[in-house]
Design a protein around this ligand. Structure first.
Ligand code: ZN
Length: 418
C-alpha cells in the first residue's frame, strides 16, 4: 500500500463523517427488535436473497427453524453471489465488528459469527459505540417518511414527499389534511397545506425534502399551468379517478411547486436517481430527465443520489454545467467499489470539489453504516492516491479533498453548526 494511501485512510478514520443519506433504525427501535443474528442482521444482500429465492429473508428463513437449517438456506444464496459487493459489504462488517476471521463464510465458521452477532447486538452500549466510536459518524441525514420522528442525537432529517405527488388519491390527501389541520378544497389549499407541512418540519430541524418518485414513474416532469392543475385537482376532489396522463400532470405541478418552495425556504431538494430495486424500470431514473426542473429553479440546491449510476458520467456533466447540482455517493460503494472509484475519479476531474458528497450509508443497521464507510474510505483513498500518482493532483490537494468528501462539503451544504 502506498504511504499516501494509508495516510489518507488514517486521516478519514480520524475525520468525523457526515452520512449524507441514511435510513438507520433508531436506537430504541434497534433494541426493541433485537438482539439479532446472522439471519436477521442484513443489508442489501437481502435483495439477492429476494431475487434468487423469490422471498425476502423474513419469509425465506422459517422463524421456527433451527439455525443450522437457516444457515443452509443462506449458504445456497451466498454460494451463487459471493462475488458481489453486496456480499462483501457483509464480510467487511462481520470482520471488523464481530471478530470474523475467515476468508469466506462457510460451514466451519458461521456458527461462531452467529453467536457473536447475537451477543454483541444485545449489549445496550453497542449501537452508540458502533456509530460514534467505531464509525466516527457526526450525524446521519435521515430519510423521514410521512410523519415519522427522529432522534436529533444521531440524525438530521430530510422529509420524504412522494405522498404529496399522489394528492389526487384520498389516502395521502386525508393524511396531509389531518397533519396540518386544514381541509384541501382547491389548488390554493393544497399549496398552503404543503407549505405548512414543510415549514413545520423545517422548524424542527429538517434541512430539505426528498422525492424517490423514479421508483414508480419517470423523473421527467414539465411545467403545468395553474389553471390546468386546478381543474385536475377539482376533478379528483369530486371523486374522479384521473387517468395517468392527467394524474401525471398534477404530479408534475406538485414537483415544480416543491422545487419553488425549496428556493423560498432555502431547503435542499433531494432526488433519487439511478439504481433502484429489482423489478423497477431503470430508464425512468435517468438523471438527465431532471434537467428542465433543475434549470427552472437555479437557486434550489438539488442533491442527486446514488451517483446517478449507471449514468454517473452524465451526472458528472450535470454538476459541471449546473451550479445547483450536488453529487451524492449514497449507496454507491456497496453497489460497486469499482464503479464508485471510476465515478469519483471522473467527477474530481470535472466538477467543483465542494459539490461532491462522499458518503451516504443508505442502510438500516448501524453495523452496516460502519461496513459501508470502511468500503467508502478505501475507494476514496484509492482514487485520491492514484490522482496524485497519475493526474497531477498535489498531496495537499488529496488530503484536503479527503476531508471535504467525508465532512466539510456536507457540513457546508446542510449548514451544520460548527
Ligand atoms: Zn435511501
Amino acid at each position: 500500500m502506498s504511504s499516501l494511501r494509508s495516510e489518507l485512510l488514517q486521516l478519514m478514520a480520524a475525520t468525523p463523517t457526515v452520512d449524507c443519506h441514511a435510513h438507520t433504525r433508531s436506537e430504541s427501535e434497534y433494541y426493541d427488535q433485537g438482539p439479532y443474528d446472522l439471519f436477521t442482521l442484513g443489508s442489501y444482500f437481502d435483495r439477492e436473497i429476494g431475487a434468487l429465492s423469490g422471498q425476502f429473508p423474513g419469509r425465506y428463513y422459517d422463524r421456527e427453524a433451527p439455525d443450522e437449517e437457516r444457515w443452509q438456506h443462506l449458504k445456497a444464496i451466498v454460494d451463487r453471489c459471493f462475488n458481489e459487493s453486496y456480499w462483501r459489504h457483509n464480510l467487511v462488517t462481520y470482520r471488523d465488528l464481530f471478530g470474523f476471521e475467515g476468508a469466506e463464510l462457510d460451514d466451519s465458521n458461521w456458527q461462531a459469527l452467529n453467536d457473536s452477532i447475537r451477543h454483541r447486538t444485545a449489549d445496550r452500549s453497542w449501537y452508540r459505540d458502533v456509530t460514534v466510536n467505531r464509525a466516527n459518524v457526526r450525524t446521519q441525514v435521515k430519510n423521514i417518511p410521512w410523519f415519522e420522528d427522529w432522534d436529533p442525537a444521531y440524525f438530521t432529517p430530510i422529509l420524504r414527499m412522494e405522498p404529496a405527488l399522489e394528492i389526487y388519491r384520498p389516502g395521502p390527501r386525508r393524511q396531509l389534511e389531518e397533519r396540518v389541520n386544514r381541509g384541501i378544497h382547491s389548488l390554493r389549499d393544497l399549496r398552503e397545506a404543503l407549505t405548512a407541512l414543510v415549514e413545520e418540519f423545517a422548524g424542527r430541524g429538517a434541512v430539505g425534502i426528498k422525492l424517490a418518485h423514479a421508483y414508480r414513474r419517470t423523473l421527467e416532469s414539465r411545467p403545468v399551468a395553474e389553471v390546468t392543475a386546478a381543474m385536475l385537482l377539482d376533478r379528483a376532489l369530486r371523486g374522479e379517478a384521473l387517468p395517468w396522463a392527467e394524474a401525471r400532470q398534477l404530479e408534475d405541478y406538485v414537483i415544480f411547486f416543491l422545487a419553488g418552495l425549496c428556493t423560498d425556504r432555502d431547503l435542499i431538494f433531494d432526488i433519487h436517481t439511478g439504481v433502484q430495486g429489482n423489478g423497477c424500470w431503470i430508464p425512468d431514473s435517468n438523471p438527465l430527465l431532471l434537467l428542465n426542473l433543475i434549470q427552472a429553479f437555479p437557486r434550489t440546491r438539488f442533491n442527486l443520489y446514488h451517483g446517478g449510476y449507471p449514468w454517473s458520467r452524465e451526472i458528472g456533466m450535470m454538476a459541471k454545467h449546473c451550479s445547483n447540482v450536488w453529487l451524492n455517493m449514497a449507496w454507491m460503494y456497496v453497489i460497486g467499489m469499482e464503479v464508485s472509484r471510476q465515478s469519483l475519479s471522473e467527477w474530481l476531474d470535472l466538477a467543483p470539489g465542494y459539490r461532491i458528497l462522499g458518503f451516504g450509508s443508505d442502510v438500516g443497521f448501524p453495523e452496516f453504516v460502519y461496513g459501508h464507510l470502511v468500503m467508502a474510505r478505501s475507494c476514496v483513498a484509492d482514487v485520491l492516491a492514484t490522482k496524485v500518482e497519475r493526474d497531477f493532483l498535489s498531496e495537499a490537494g488529496a488530503r484536503r479533498l479527503a476531508v471535504m468528501l467525508m465532512h466539510d462539503n456536507a457540513a457546508e451544504f446542510y449548514r451544520l453548526e460548527a
